[in-house]
Design a protein around this ligand. Structure first.
Ligand code: SF4
Length: 362
């Protein structure tokens, strides 16, 4: 009854932490998607389905080939194709002859969510299962925090690669740490790791770019070709508000005093796009306004090929960019996106931001 899930950027650490918290010793950890993963998914999916669908399908095939039986996914119904992912995975994988159980965790349907979550927890009581989930959402916060540090330190590190090495160590530490008293200390421990182990250029005044767009395109380096690292290597601090915390972090969700970037962004987007379309369409537009007001230098908008909601926001963003005098670069990604083309566009964009900051366009 081995348990697995498709690879999903650093959220894979969170799922691993939750599974460990449920005492599951039979976890098959998915590998980072490779060219082969993309090919596998593309071979068995419709040509025009969203790119994330193909890559997730490829990742599922890989874990099933390695012996997985229970597969965790979500049946999150949005205004786009997202709600079709899980049923289509089931149909395609059944057709391919795989014997497996797809366990959908759908937060919109709470009784079903807990019924399905219970299937994963075996002998644990409801309270113990809830605790495992709680540890997961707290660790999700710290994983986001580690990424934030990584994408800040990475821009001003003196020894290339040192930030990534520390971040990797920190992610493992977060997954492996047990007992709430130790887990609560993790933010301080991780911060010290970066401070002590990454030498930085204290005189640097790096550009700052926000990265937004469709969830998978932002969180999965295999589709965005490690865009955060590329920007860091160009000396740019990056940050993204697109993470899973907003769904699974019940602590934050139930805290009515907490300001949520995505809710604020949706409000600010209303004059341009009044209704929700799915994906992060409204959020992408509102984020541009918020980043401008917060003094960021620019924003990169990522969306997968054939992504319906983000194509709409992509067509509105040039207007926002013009009205707010805020440079925005939209990039469409699919399994054929080439590294050289992406790199050239990033370099040109960063060069433009640099010149803008120096006042060359006045
Ligand atoms: S947001 Fe875009 S890429 Fe994601 S499921 Fe919806 S249409 Fe597909």
């Amino acid at each position: 009854m081995s348990l697995s899930f498709p690879y999903l950027g650093t959220f894979s650490y969170v799922v691993e932490a939750i599974a460990k918290g449920m005492n599951r010793k039979d976890i098959i950890l998915p590998h980072e998607p490779t060219y082969k993963t993309k090919q596998l998914g593309s071979r068995h999916a419709s040509e025009f389905v969203c790119t994330p669908f193909k890559m997730l399908l490829g990742s599922l095939i890989e874990v099933l080939d390695r012996g997985a039986y229970q597969i965790i996914f979500t049946l999150f119904v949005d205004f786009c194709r997202l709600g079709y992912y899980s049923p289509l995975f089931k149909l395609i994988l059944d057709d391919l002859g795989y014997d497996f159980e797809l366990i959908d965790l759908d937060w919109q349907n709470k009784p079903e969510f807990f019924r399905n979550f219970k299937k994963l927890t075996g002998d644990l009581s409801a309270w113990q299962a809830f605790q495992a989930f709680r540890v997961g959402w707290i660790k999700n916060r710290y994983i986001d925090y580690t990424e934030e540090l990584q994408f800040s330190y990475g821009a001003i590190e003196v020894n290339k690669g040192s930030t990534r090495r520390v971040a990797k160590k920190a992610f493992r530490l977060i997954v492996e740490t047990e007992r709430m008293s130790n887990i609560r200390k993790l933010p301080d421990v991780v911060k010290k790791m970066f401070e002590n182990e990454v030498e930085i250029d204290k005189k640097a005044n790096p550009l700052k770019i926000g990265v937004v767009g469709e969830l998978y395109a932002v969180v999965e380096p295999a589709i965005n070709l490690h865009i955060m690292k590329r920007l860091n290597d160009l000396g740019v601090i990056t940050y993204t508000p697109i993470t899973f915390t907003r769904w699974i972090d019940l602590g934050k969700r139930l805290n009515f005093f907490k300001k949520h970037h995505h809710k604020e962004a949706v409000k600010r987007a209303k004059p341009y796009l009044e209704y929700r379309l799915g994906g992060k369409a409204q959020e992408s537009i509102g984020s541009a306004i918020l980043y401008k007001e917060e003094g960021w230098d620019g924003m990169i908008h990522l969306y997968p090929f054939t992504c319906m909601p983000e194509i709409i926001s992509r067509s509105i963003l040039p207007q926002v960019s013009k009205e707010y005098d805020f440079p925005i670069l939209s990039l469409v990604l699919d399994e054929h996106t080439g590294e050289a083309g992406l790199q050239t566009r990033l370099e040109a964009y960063v060069d433009l931001l640099d010149r803008k900051r120096r006042g060359d366009f006045k």
